[in-house]
Each structure stands twice: as C-alpha cells, then as structure tokens.
Design a binder for this molecule. Structure first.
Ligand SMILES: [Zn+2]
Length: 156
C-alpha cells in the first residue's frame, strides 16, 4: 500500500491519479490530516491490518446452527482448539441437558432439554459427543470460510 503524506500538493496527487497509481493519502483516505508523525501512521496500519482478523475470530464464540431447533451454541478457544462446546436454551438461556433415547443398533438419538422452562429440541441423531463434534466442524467451516465475520456478536 502506498501512503502519501497529508501535505502533498493537490496537483501532484491528481497526477498520480491520472497515472492510475493506487495510494491512500493521510487525512483523506486514511487517518487524520494532523498525522504527520510516522509512528501514528504505523500504529493505524497495525490496527487496521492485523487486529480485525484476530479479534474477529476470537470473538466468534456463539452461533445458532441449523438442525438444532434454535439451540444456542457457545464455546471457547485455546490455541487452535475449540473447547467446551455447550448448548443453551433459546428461550431462557439455561444450559441444556442431553437426554438419550436408544432406538437400536447404532441409532442413538439425543434430545437437548431445558430443565428451567421445559423447552426441548426434537430428536437429534447421535450421542451428545457426536453432536458436539458435528458442531465443532460447523464452527471450523465458518472460521475457514470467513462467514463468521458477517454475524453480529454485539448483544449475545
Ligand atoms: Zn429454557
């Protein structure tokens, strides 16, 4: 990225535009006119280039995935790992408990149930640990694709 100082004369800036040279000028495209200090510009570039990516994915710690009737999933990160994936009630935010229903060979089904307001999901295929690893894959897919960035995390 080419960064121009704020006090480059307008006709010279115009000349660069005519030559189709891409740049950002301090005080116009980036930063503020009073920034004549290199340190301040470098700090700005660090903030815009490195931070949004890192803070972005680290703050992606909750989502609602299709197939769980609106149950709210939350988790944490430790290094590259996704930890403690837990489901919460879409109605009252109580942590959901898993109930099992054994329907035969390899056919375990789980219901996520709220002990506070009696909300419950429909039957989900698999045991809780299988469901959690499915959710982990859903999280990882969104992290890889960058889709998590379009979600708003503000009020959750
Ligand atoms: Zn509830």
């Amino acid at each position: 990225m080419i960064i121009l100082d704020h006090n480059i004369p307008e006709n010279q800036v115009e000349q660069l535009r005519l030559w189709k040279i891409h740049f950002k000028q301090v005080g116009f495209e980036v930063g503020r006119p009073e920034w004549d200090d290199q340190q301040e510009i470098i700090r700005y570039l660090h903030a815009t280039i490195t931070q949004p990516l890192e803070i972005g994915w680290l703050s992606y710690t909750t989502d609602v995935f299709p197939g769980f009737d609106g149950a709210v999933w939350r988790w944490r990160y430790s290094g590259d790992s996704i930890l403690r994936i837990v489901a919460f009630c879409p109605r009252c935010d109580m942590q959901l408990a898993a109930r099992y229903d054994r329907v035969g060979f390899g056919g375990d089904r789980t219901t996520l149930a709220c002990e506070n307001c009696n909300w419950s999901s429909s039957e989900i295929e698999g045991e809780l640990n299988e469901i959690i690893s499915r959710v982990e894959r859903l999280i990882q897919r969104k992290l890889r694709s960058g889709e998590y960035k379009s979600l708003s995390h503000g009020d959750r």
